[in-house]
Design a protein around this ligand. Structure first.
Ligand SMILES: CC(C)(COP(=O)(O)OP(=O)(O)OC[C@H]1O[C@@H](n2cnc3c(N)ncnc32)[C@H](O)[C@@H]1OP(=O)(O)O)[C@@H](O)C(=O)NCCC(=O)NCCS
Length: 403
């Protein structure tokens, strides 16, 4: 019998972790500390059945970059329902409790990474960024004649990486929607974590930087996975690679693509605008698989829409349909270079859309004209075009880390 949905007490965390391990198909490794120091236990919402945890969820308290601003964000995480209890509505009940928690924290948006992209639209989350898994046959790559000379890259040790990477990350975070703030604990336990259990036959992480005028301009981490067959060639598995100048992007990519005994370089979670596509000669040499990445739900439409900046002026009434009902209604959005104002209204709308699609466009990813072509967004074509132009943003969103 399901007895409660509540936050765990600190001493119940091992039970929560055990339940997550049962669902995600991994036994929690010794010393795994990916959650203890960064997940506020009072923001967990777990389902108990006869005193046992049978479903888990939680929220990180994040600060997320959105177009032109940074906003508090409930980072939905650790969503799992034991195989013994699935498809009985526990996820739906937990999401209700979780979204109430996000609203009580006054966070204008919630965000998550989905294990399956069919799950979260029904709760008003929209796919807010796309990433690429890429694979490059390193031996075949030539540099594009128009690409800048690679900036000199150098290997650093782990302690230096901890000093050098965060300030560079924060420079990108200031401008790239989808980046979120990382505390020291987050860097240690998640972003630069290098536990044995995650190496999958690869080496420890290697750390590379490209120096700039003031600190570093580029940072990358990777492992190599040697494979001694008749070709004697292994694989570079990229974990991070981010930079702020063309020379630094070029320097880092050049280093990870040009190594003896390496046949293939692969990297996940790459932005759709990764300069590597334009750095190499023959863009088809970069094989890319498109995947949904960050999912976002607007928790409070006026608060969220007033927080971000817009690429062009807009004055429109939109009718928003929230699949769970919380924020359904009509809103007038008036935005320009002086800021944005969004208010509930009884005026007639000129655009109708689901909260999933509004959330999907919020970070600058989804194009409302494309959604209209698919019949999901309806209304006056010129209003949809204006909405599209106002919400589009450069750079397009990139969330470089799964949480
Ligand atoms: C996905 C998961 C959380 C669903 O939990 P659940 O308690 O079985 O879900 P519910 O019974 O509350 O279902 C809620 C709705 O989601 C739908 N749904 C559930 N799992 C789904 C899936 N994997 N794909 C598509 N829809 C799904 C249900 O059909 C139901 O739809 P409806 O209410 O609109 O009819 C659970 O199966 C699980 O833990 N899976 C493995 C871990 C995982 O994928 N976690 C999500 C991490 S982001």
């Amino acid at each position: 019998m399901v007895t409660a949905i509540r936050a765990i007490e600190p001493w119940e965390f091992d039970d929560m972790r055990r339940a997550m391990g049962l669902v995600f198909g991994s036994d929690p490794p010794q010393g795994d500390s990916r959650f203890e120091r960064v997940l506020p236990f009072d923001r967990t919402r777990c389902v108990f059945d006869n005193g046992q945890i049978v479903a888990t969820s939680g929220a990180f308290s994040l600060t997320m970059t959105v177009p032109g601003a940074q906003v508090p964000c409930g980072g939905t995480t650790a969503v799992a329902v034991l195989p013994t209890h699935r498809r009985r509505g526990l996820l739906r009940q937990m999401m209700r409790a979780h979204l109430d928690d996000v609203r009580e924290h006054g966070e204008p948006i919630a965000a998550l990474w989905a294990s399956d992209s069919a799950i979260y639209g029904r709760f008003g989350y929209g796919c807010a960024s796309i990433c690429h898994d890429i694979e490059i046959e390193a031996g075949q790559v030539r540099w594009n004649r128009l690409a800048p000379d690679p900036g000199p890259a150098r290997l650093v040790n782990r302690a230096e990486a901890f000093d050098l990477a965060p300030p560079l990350y924060d420079r990108l975070r200031a401008v790239v929607p989808g980046f979120f703030g990382r505390t020291t604990e987050w860097w240690e336990d998640r972003s630069l974590r290098d536990s044995e259990s995650h190496r999958e036959g690869g080496t420890a992480l290697r750390y590379v930087v490209v120096d700039g005028q003031d600190g570093i301009d580029g940072f990358a981490t990777y492992r190599t996975r040697p494979k001694w067959d008749q070709h004697g060639a292994g694989r570079v598995v990229l974990r991070d690679l981010f930079a702020v100048t063309p020379e630094a992007w070029s320097g880092l990519w050049s280093l990870v693509l040009n190594q003896d005994l390496i046949r293939t370089t692969e990297g996940g979670l790459r932005p759709t605008w990764d300069p590597v596509f334009d750095l190499v000669a023959g863009t088809r040499r970069v094989r890319a698989t498109r995947l949904d990445a960050l999912w976002v739900r607007l928790m409070d439409v006026p608060l969220a829409l007033e927080a971000r900046s817009y690429s062009s002026s807009i004055d429109v009434v939109i009718a928003v349909s929230d699949p769970i009902g919380d924020v359904s209604g009509s809103y007038r959005l008036h935005a320009g270079s002086e800021g944005a104002e969004c208010t509930p209204t009884t005026e007639g709308p000129s655009v109708w859309l689901d909260l999933e699609d509004l959330s999907s466009g919020y970070m600058g990813h989804a194009r409302f004209r494309e959604l209209a072509r698919a019949g999901r967004v309806t209304g006056d074509p010129s209003s949809i075009t204006a909405l599209d132009a106002a919400f589009s943003w450069d750079p397009r969103p990139w969330c470089p880390e799964i949480f």
